[in-house]
Design a protein around this ligand. Sequence first.
Ligand code: HXC
Length: 286
Amino acid sequence: MPLKKYEYLSDVWRDGIFDNKVVFCTGGAGSICSAQVRALVHLGANACIIGRNVEKTENAAKDIATARKGAKVLGLGAVDVRKPEVLAAAAERCVKELGSIDFVIAGAAGNFLATIDQISPNALKSVIDIDVLGSYNTLKATLPYLVESAQKYKTDGTTRPKSSTGGRIIFVSATLHYTGTPLQSHVSIAKAGIDAMAVSVAIEQGPKGITSNVIAPGPIQGTEGMDRLSRKEDREKSASLIPSQRLGTVKEISDATIYLFSDTGNYVNGETIVVDGGHWRTVSID
Ligand code: HXC
């Protein structure tokens, strides 16, 4: 069932701020990324979402397209972010069919619960390949288009009548590695790499007009990651330990995304926005 508007987007944003813009998103059929893309599409963007599972990706694309009349959402399945040439072809197809890539969300991730002694070298490699190399491959495949967009929509920071931004990438990370999280060493290692990459991109590519930032979601309700990686009773316990006293929502991740991609994020580069209700800062007293 498609999300209702209030479930993926706050009322504070103005319709049309992403008119004529295109977002390219890996992991776009997942709960968090599909909400991020849906919000951007609602506000005017067209989108290309990438996934490994063909049916899931195509269905998610159709579903996201219902957010706005006339929206174009391309769902490219059978694209493994570990394969640079397949990803490059997907980026090319996106530009051919939708005209540009103005925003990128690198959201594809792999995860499971295991202690470090249970993880084989290949298991660690799989997660690093999906998360770190996959994000790198996403960046490589889209950077020329992002630079083109950044140049087109360069801003001096003054207000214009209509928001017009481009050349922005968000890496979806986590907070697991800030304190150390049991059963999640593989993901912690990978997400630390992603965080470092996002900063490097900001510093090296910033002069070309690129902004590169990280969103680090905390425990978000109703997501596959949450359902698969935690037990219901643990979720209830962890909610009571979060300063905000509840799990987060996908809407709260979408709102951070719009902040970074719209005029509101013009001067934010190389940063991490943690959206976790204060959760990670309480882990040491758990
Ligand atoms: C130990 C495991 C394992 C487990 C797989 N492996 N599951 N080891 N415990 N539970 C090992 C396998 O035995 C194998 O090693 C290696 O990992 C590769 O497994 P494959 O199944 O061949 O790989 P692949 O099909 O590429 O799958 C990758 C995956 C998988 C990461 C292992 O879980 C996956 O693709 N998941 C994608 C969906 C997903 O997880 N999305 C949620 C993201 S949420 P050997 O040595 O046997 O060859 C998220 C949130 C982060 O990331 C923040 C959380 C709060």
